[in-house]
Structure formats: C-alpha cells, structure tokens
Design a protein around this ligand. Structure first.
Ligand code: AMP
Length: 284
C-alpha cells in the first residue's frame, strides 16, 4: 500500500489525508511517538503496517508531559533520520505538529486518569500522565484511527491509554506491542542515548533484577520480599537510586494479592542523571 511518506504539520491536513484513505475504504493505524526512533518504535510501525492499509506515525515531543527540571530541552531530536527510517519501513504519513498546533493560545482542557495515573510513575513524575493522557486523547480524536499501537515498554502508559479510550468512548482499538530489548536485556529507549559507556554496561542490571524477582514470585516468594531484593541488587550493581520496584495486578496496577497469571513487575531507577524504566510480565 506504500506510496511514499508524506509529512503533515497540522490537524486539518491530517484529517483530510485520513478522510481520503477512508474514502477508499482503507483502514488506518496510528503510532504515537516522541521521535528519536529505534527498533522499539519500528516494531509498532511494523505491527500497524501488518494490520492496516495505512499507517500514520506521529512525532511530537509533548511539553505537557515533562516536569520542571526534566529533559524537555535535551530530549533527542532527529526528524530527518526518523523520516528516512519511516520511508524505508513503508509508513504512509508522519504527523509532526509544532507545539502551537497541538496547544494553541488559550487551550485549557486536559485529560486526567486518577488512580492509574497517580501511582508509580505518576507519583515520581507528578502531572506526567495528565500530559500523556491529554496528548494521546488529542491524537486519537484528530486521527480517529481504527487501531493505535503502544509499547509495553511504557506499561503504565498503556494501562492509562486503555482506560481513557474506554472511558471517553474513543472508537480506536488499543494494541499492545512487546518490549524490544538489546541482546543483554536492556529495553530500547530514546533515553539510552544519555548513558555513558560505563553506565550503558551496568544498565541491563535493571532488567536482570526484575527478571530474578519475577522468577522468585513464581517460585512462591512473597512479592514485597522479592521487590526488596531486586531493589538491593540494582543498587549493588551501581545504580544511584531506585524510585520504585512494584509487583502489581497487570490491569488495575493495584498491589498484587494473589499470583493468578495477571501480574506485572515494574521498576524505575537512576544511573547518574538518566532515569530508566522497565517491566516484565509475571506468569504464575
Ligand atoms: P516514545 O517515543 O518513547 O514516547 O515511545 C513511543 C512508543 O514506542 C510508546 O508506545 C512506547 O511504549 C513505544 N516503545 C518505546 N520503546 C520501546 C521498546 N523498547 N519496545 C517496544 N515499544 C517501545
């Protein structure tokens, strides 16, 4: 279905492009990203290309999801490389709006998902999920895709997006894609570019500790003991700080009561100035 990648910058153009596709009876997949694309993003694009006649990737570094002191100013940006990669993959469109297009003067409405959006990441990054939920809601309403693709890498984000799509009756199927990892287990992330050579070497310990804790829980260990051991292992490996290691129900993200095959271990920790997150399914 590929006819070359078109880049659109405003909502009106996006809508008319998608209306044209719809007019030909074609299905549409949307892949929201903040750019600096890597194999993790590409896996979402490939899933969309497989499932849909047309695929639109969005590139928007959403200022509303960065807190004060976070890395909005230094977040990696390379639209030319992203465009070339998407062309090679066969995506149909890149929607790359300016901040003023997404949040014009006077814009005041935001979307919050209390509960799911307040815990874990939400606790350590206040306002983060309101920023995410607002931009994702806008993108879904702007494009009204049949499907939208999100990575399990940002597992809590996936839960928040599912919740908002259900609650706001957005007629888009939310599709989860598995985490793409380096050979040593480190989950691919645009922020891995911040890691020094030495930091990069110890970064996989986060995944290793989560995997060890997941195995302990499967073997019958108490979830909070396993989480505590994982935290210690991460600090011993050389991480500076652990924000949280949590074992939760995989849908509600509430603390796990009983291992019944729907559990997830999630963690966030700092190496130097870089904050990494990761998670794994715990299959009992
Ligand atoms: P980002 O550009 O970091 O906002 O990510 C855009 C989308 O790509 C989100 O749905 C992420 O969960 C997903 N993503 C990022 N890294 C990975 C990865 N390593 N594996 C799978 N999906 C990913």
């Amino acid at each position: 279905m590929a006819t070359g990648l078109g880049t659109v910058r405003n909502v009106a153009e996006l809508r008319s492009l998608i209306a044209g596709w719809r007019g030909q009876g074609q299905s549409v997949g949307l892949v929201p990203t903040m750019g600096a694309l890597h194999e993790g993003h590409f896996s979402l694009v490939r899933a969309s290309l497989t499932n849909n006649d047309r695929t639109c990737v969005t590139l928007f570094i959403n200022p509303k999801q960065f807190g004060e002191g976070e890395d909005l100013g230094t977040y990696p940006r390379d639209e030319a490389a992203d465009t070339a990669a998407l062309e090679r993959l066969g995506a149909d469109a890149l929607f790359a709006p300016a901040a003023v297009e997404m949040y014009p003067e006077g814009s005041a409405t935001s979307v919050s998902v209390p509960g799911l959006g307040d815990m874990l990441e939400g606790e350590f990054r206040p306002g983060f999920f309101t920023g995410v939920a607002t931009v994702v809601t806008k993108l879904l309403i702007q494009a009204l895709p049949d499907q939208a693709f999100f990575g399990e890498k940002d597992y809590q984000q996936l839960c928040v997006v599912r919740r908002l799509a259900t609650d706001l009756n957005i007629p888009t199927e939310i599709i989860a894609c598995p985490i793409v990892r380096e050979d040593d287990g480190l989950a691919l992330s645009s922020r891995n570019a911040y890691l020094s050579f030495d930091e990069r070497r110890l970064a996989p310990s986060l995944h290793a500790a989560l995997a060890a804790a997941a195995a302990q829980v499967v073997a019958g260990a108490d979830p909070s003991d396993a989480a505590e051991l994982a935290k210690r292992a991460i600090l011993e490996a050389g991480f500076g700080k652990v924000d949280y290691i949590a074992i939760r129900d995989s849908d509600s993200l509430q603390p796990l009561v009983k291992l019944d095959g729907r559990a997830r271990i999630l963690g966030a920790a700092w190496i130097g100035k870089t904050r990494l997150i990761d998670n794994l399914s715990i299959t009992g």
